[in-house]
Design a protein around this ligand. Sequence first.
Ligand SMILES: C[S@@+](CC[C@H](N)C(=O)[O-])C[C@H]1O[C@@H](n2cnc3c(N)ncnc32)[C@H](O)[C@@H]1O
Length: 894
Amino acid sequence: MADRNASPTSTSSADSCTTVETAPQPPSRSSSAASPEMSTPPTSLGDEASVLSDPAKADLNTEMNAAGPVSPALHDAAAAQQPTPDASTGSRRPARSSRASVTTYNVQILAGTAIHTPTKYLEKHHKNVLHGSLEDLRKTNPAPSPKRRRSMKAKVINLDDIDDPAEAQLAIEAAQAAQRRNTSRLDLRKEAFRNLTAAGDAVGARGAGILSTVRNTVQNALRGASALSRSQNDQSDDATDQEEKQFLKPKTKNWEHQGLYIGQERTFDARRKESQNRLRGRVVKSKESKILPLPMFAGERMLSGDYQRDFKLPYDVYNPLPKKVKVDGWTKLSRNRFIGDSAALWKREKQDSSSCTCSPEEGCGEACHNRIMAYECDETNCKLTPEQCGNRPFAQLKKRAKGNKYDYGVEVMETPDKGYGVRAMRTFEPHQIIVEYAGEIITMEECERRMKQVYKKDKCYYLMSFDNKMIIDATRGTIARFVNHSCEPNCEMIKWTVGGEPRMALFAGSRGIMTGEELTYDYNFDPFSLRNVQKCCCGTERCRGVLGPKPKHQAQPSLASTFLTGTKRKLQEMFGSGSGSSSTQSSPKKRRLNGMNHAALTKKENALAQNVAAQEKAKKEAAEQAAQKASRENRALRRSSSMTLTTHRSKTVHTTSRRSLPSLLSKRQGALAATQRTPKALTRQLQHKASVGSLGKRVLTGKVAKLSGSRSSVLKRNVAARKDKGAAESMMPPRSPTPEDDVVMMDEEQEDETINITPASLRSAKRKTLPQTSLPFGSAKQTARRTSKQSATPASRAANTDPFEVPDSDDEGAVVEEAEGSEHPTPRTKRRDTMGTSTTATPSSAKAKKTPTRKIAVGHAPRGRKSIDATHVWEKKTGNVRDKKTGRFSKTTI
Ligand SMILES: C[S@@+](CC[C@H](N)C(=O)[O-])C[C@H]1O[C@@H](n2cnc3c(N)ncnc32)[C@H](O)[C@@H]1O
């Protein structure tokens, strides 16, 4: 070991393999150079103690300064003094480290792939091999400051000064590393200088002058280079310090410096797609002024108009959920799946063959037929390409699902009081599709079974009624199942037909959706039983308090609906007085209401019930108001009935004018026609009217008689009575029909029709009345003729007889009628029908006979006026002029 220690000191890093040359040893020390141990330098830290214990090595000083590398000349000299292994004796090749002149390279270092931290510096290594962990070392010897480190570099470190062997080792390694850094470049320069000197020697005195100039230049350059190198070193140290500082400092967000509009041009519209914004930005960019106006002039402008703009918050500002929410017990399905019998029972309706006729310019926009009907366009029903067509929301959704999560655009979130919810991760345009509501399609029976058995303890239900009386159960379904209810929602759940199949999806409302908004829609929730009524926590201004059904739209009460609300049945419904009646029992809605009433009484302390009670109260108040209104109407009805009936009894016609009577009669016929359709309803109505008095009873008898078969007898009697008094009547001053008259008639008719009238039927009736205005007079006349010939029964003909008209024997089969309720009588064409009785008809009335529902519109003045116009047109067209006295038409001969 002693001999080995006497070998030329060279330390090598196991990892770097770079030979570090140290000062040459005096020859005396290399006396035992031939010793084989000499060529075995300490290669492991295990040898460290022996190395450091060697006095020869302990004396060794390592130069650490930048100019430290030994010149090759010196190096060569030293090499010359080095004992060479005895060729004769040395059967062994000397160790590589002993060949001081040989420079070894580490390919990893040269390639830059070397690991920076040699194993020996690693914590574990130090712990095991050295004295304690690096951490402890660091504590006892705190790292020098960068300044001190620099000064240390300039110093020659005497290893004797270092007590701690580990630190000594580190110092040596650091010195070697520093030397390595500096030598490579400087060695090249020195090499160049040496070559020049050698060249000068070679060329002799002649070229010495030139070469000395060159040498001076090189020397200067070298000096500059070394200065540069030093400054570079300093700079690199500074850069390292900077880096360290950067590393320690927490990262700052861009938006903290640049504001909420970061990356958003002035033209940015948060509701548009990124691509659209980019496109828009490119167009408008050139116009934008880069200089901001002074605030004193711009304040108002910036607060309003074009300058007011939405911004998009960076995701990490609004995202309070850094972690993805994991929902237990949710099996994700991405499309509908039939369960049990549902597949067999499902009626696959063929999609209507209607196709849109949009042009590429229109691009299936708002006016697209398919869009209006909530049909998705595809190649079978739209001739545009997918790129041109703007009505393929489900296809769009499919494409989005393949993109990243921001394309998909929704994520589950946790709400404070509603459990999970769904939030937008992007903006959505108004009415843009967001996510499909898909799940298991089950039958009603299966739904009931699941409710009773599987979900009986659940508080959240994911059931939604679907097409074909089926239910979508999204307990296993898409993320749409988590969308919560709101009384003022920002989305809508809409059923679409896609490729002939119905599908449900959530669409953005008319306001669009901003990034980060919670998505909601109105559940219009049917709780099935009071036990399921849930308190609503939507927190909106118009919150209904419970997850209950939507209140019916409070439309402006039309004249017809006003009368509808006045009927007995409606009143009974509202007051619930007829709770024992079959009609009340049969209505599930009413059953629910009654149930809710009962529960509200029993659960006094329950806040939920209070809400329900409040709703009930509001409903009752509304009903009371309606009742008051109805009683006013009833009074009017009584007055009017008694007036009309009085005239009948006393056989004096002094309350109806010549003009109004026919219309009155035709209205009665309308009522009669209605009674034929709904005898039960009439009976109820008559029972109600019976309470009016004895006169009412007469009417009641009469009407019941009609029901039993002799429906026209009463009218005939009345007509006869009127005929008797025709002359007297014609003398009477004509009385314009009062609103009360109209009320009576409308009420009668409405009451008769009540059972069958729905808002839809009203609408359809309205629609049916409209075309008459555009009906060509001639065709109407023909229709009327046809109608009178084909459908008029003797009874109806009798009923239609105008008591004030003298039958005209000349015009056989003509139909004559006066516009009902018209203030201006329509010129009448009077024809005798085959039975010898005359009927009246206008274009409109002719049609009315075909469509009895039009009786609802009896008494509308505009119809009369329009008929007049039509007659005039006909007169003009045909050249026939009506004789006002006879009412006949004759050809004008001018
Ligand atoms: C279809 S789930 C919606 C997702 C549900 N929040 C969850 O955590 O799974 C319907 C249930 O959510 C709750 N919910 C939805 N909207 C609510 C609201 N506005 N107020 C209170 N609860 C609500 C009710 O419990 C309801 O039965």
